[in-house]
Design a protein around this ligand. Structure first.
Ligand code: C2E
Ligand code: CA
Ligand code: CA
Length: 528
């Protein structure tokens, strides 16, 4: 129910909240799953890394035992040691070559026998291990060298980088694994890189050997979590998505329900937000205030004062207009009752009713309660009936109208001439007044045909013996024309605008029964 003529903001909390409610469980669920997957990946990464460390330890055990076995031969002539060097290569599956060192010189090789190559002590991490990116025999091909030393004598055993590569690829086929020795490392590409291996995007783990100076770096590439989430938990993911959608929809439904016109009107009724405004009706001749029409205003906590045409149609549609009118009548009676002295005898109070009021006889009680607030005869209650909703002449409706008449309540046909059933209403119900719609009053001074219609309505009411009220009188010309035509009562901005009870009573007290001109009238403070 739009209560303002402004366009509503595109993104209000009402539109955002369902999205938030839908996304929050999804986000929380994803966060928990992500955390669990991260733990799972870390556990896997740690296990794999440990396995690689153990495997490389095992290879190095083989290299170390070969080097230790050959160390006593270091310093001896190569010819004497060569057979032993070759025998270690043959006997040990991981050993590719063995060499002897003396005085920083590699002087004997299992492959070439006598040899001559300078040995740099700094190449070996912890004096024992060197990850080479190839030698003179296989340049660019990774080698891991183990050295056993005794003073300036040493024996070395090498393992082919392919053994390490196989370990990395087979043990952790899905992981990013690197072996690091000192300032060099080798990944699954089999190439020896200088420096420190890059940290893995997920589940980054570094595990050092307790026995040899190397470490293994494990982990997963970016996007691994998402991949596991999609491949391992499709059902859970779908469930989370469904939950999010259901929560979002439920929230949207709840908001819509809570902010539905029906719920809003019920809340407003309970909060007593519907107020009576009074617009005086003046009588012909002296233009004294002969009565007033009660017009409903909604004192909305956020929107301020709301015009009836913005909410009455919803109230009629939802059937809440009956309860709202009852509350309005009570409000009106309570506002006026303490000041009955200000009202002249037979002061008309017009209350707008609709077809909904005529479905049962409860309106009788409402009118009785209203009239009980005033001394007998002080107030003339007039019910103004519009044809916005078609009123059928059911037995209940006919009984209601008959009993209302018995009670002294009068009936006015509102907006007369605008609907299709005005004349049939006249025939079926006993009506006391016709209220000429303001559109006909506005025709005064216009073309001859319009004026003719107005004259016909006035004539008809006279012939039927009905009182006549003209509403929407805004100009002196209209007032004088209606007066000349014998219209009994007039209502319009020319005399006074609708005003709150306090202003109405103040005006009655200061100028009892005297017609107001528009410039004196309290302006109506309302929206729209
Ligand atoms: P209505 O019953 O025809 O009431 C007269 C409307 O004309 C009022 O508008 C009033 O402010 C306005 N009016 C009075 N004099 C002039 C004038 O000189 N010039 C112009 N342009 N307008 C004038 P309001 O108060 O906005 O009410 C609009 C309609 O809402 C009412 O028309 C009536 O149909 C409905 N309404 C108001 N209160 C109630 C209520 O308590 N119950 C029901 N069922 N309907 C109500
Ligand atoms: Ca009315
Ligand atoms: Ca009207």
């Amino acid at each position: 129910m739009p209560l303002t003529v402004k366009r509503p903001a595109r993104w209000s909390w009402r539109t955002l909240l369902p999205w938030i409610v839908g996304v929050v469980p999804l986000a929380c669920g994803l966060a928990v799953m992500n955390w669990q997957i991260e733990r799972e990946l870390r556990t896997r990464s740690e296990a794999t890394t440990r396995q690689v460390v153990e495997h490389v330890d095992h290879i190095l055990d083989n290299l170390a035992s070969a080097a230790q076995a050959l160390l006593p031969l270091a310093g001896k002539p190569c010819a004497d040691a060569q057979l032993a060097l070759r025998s270690e290569v043959t006997r040990n599956a991981f050993v590719r070559s063995t060499n002897l060192i003396q005085h920083h010189n590699l002087y004997c090789s299992s492959l070439f026998g006598d040899f001559e190559e300078q040995v740099e002590a700094n190449d070996y991490t912890d004096g024992r291990l060197w990850l080479m990116d190839g030698n003179s025999v296989t340049p660019g091909h990774a080698l891991l060298v183990y050295r056993a030393s005794d003073g300036d004598r040493g024996a070395i055993a090498t393992v082919d980088g392919d053994h390490l590569l196989t370990a990395l690829r087979l043990i952790g086929p899905e992981e990013a694994l690197q072996i690091r020795v000192g300032n060099a490392w080798m990944g699954k590409d089999g190439v020896v890189h200088p420096g420190v291996p890059p940290a893995a995007a997920a589940a980054d783990v570094t595990l050092g050997s307790t026995r040899y100076p190397f470490s293994v770096h494990g982990g997963y590439a970016a996007g691994k979590q998402g991949e596991v989430l999609r491949s391992h938990y499709p059902a859970l993911l779908s469930l989370l998505l469904a939950l999010g959608v259901v929560a979002g929809c439920a929230c949207r439904w709840q908001i819509r329900r809570a902010s539905s016109p029906r719920a809003e009107l019920r809340r407003a009724l309970e909060a007593d937000e519907f107020l009576p405004y009074f617009q005086p009706v003046v009588r012909k001749g002296d233009y004294r205030w002969a009565g007033a029409e009660v017009l409903m205003r909604w004192n909305h906590p956020r929107e301020g004062l709301v015009r009836p045409d913005l909410f009455i149609p919803y109230a009629e549609h939802s059937g809440q207009i009956v309860a709202m009118t009852r509350a309005l009548m009570l409000h009106t009676a309570q506002s006026l009752a303490p000041y009955t002295a200000l009202l002249e005898d037979g002061f008309h109070i017009g209350i707008n009713i609709t077809a909904d009021h005529c479905r049962d006889l409860s309106l009788l009680d409402d009118c009785r309660t209203f009239l009980q607030h005033f001394p007998p005869g002080r107030v003339r209650l007039t019910l103004e009936l519009t044809e916005r909703k078609l009123l059928e002449a059911t037995p209940v409706a006919l009984e209601l109208f008959a009993k209302l008449h018995d009670m002294g309540v009068m009936i006015a046909l509102d907006d007369f001439g605008t609907g299709q059933s005005s004349l049939s209403y006249l025939r079926q119900f006993k009506v006391d007044y016709l209220k000429i719609d303001q559109s006909f009053v506005a025709m005064i001074g216009g073309d001859a045909l319009s004026q003719h219609i107005l004259d016909s309505i006035i004539e008809l009411s006279a012939k039927l013996g009905l009182g006549i009220v003209a509403e929407g009188v805004e100009t002196d010309v209209q007032r004088d024309y209606l007066a000349r035509s014998g219209v009994d009562f007039q209502q319009g901005y020319l005399f006074a605008r609708p005003m709150p009870a306090a202003d109405f009573l103040k005006a009655l007290a200061t100028h009892p029964g005297v017609a107001r001109l528009p410039q004196d009238a309290p302006p109506e403070i309302m929206r729209g």
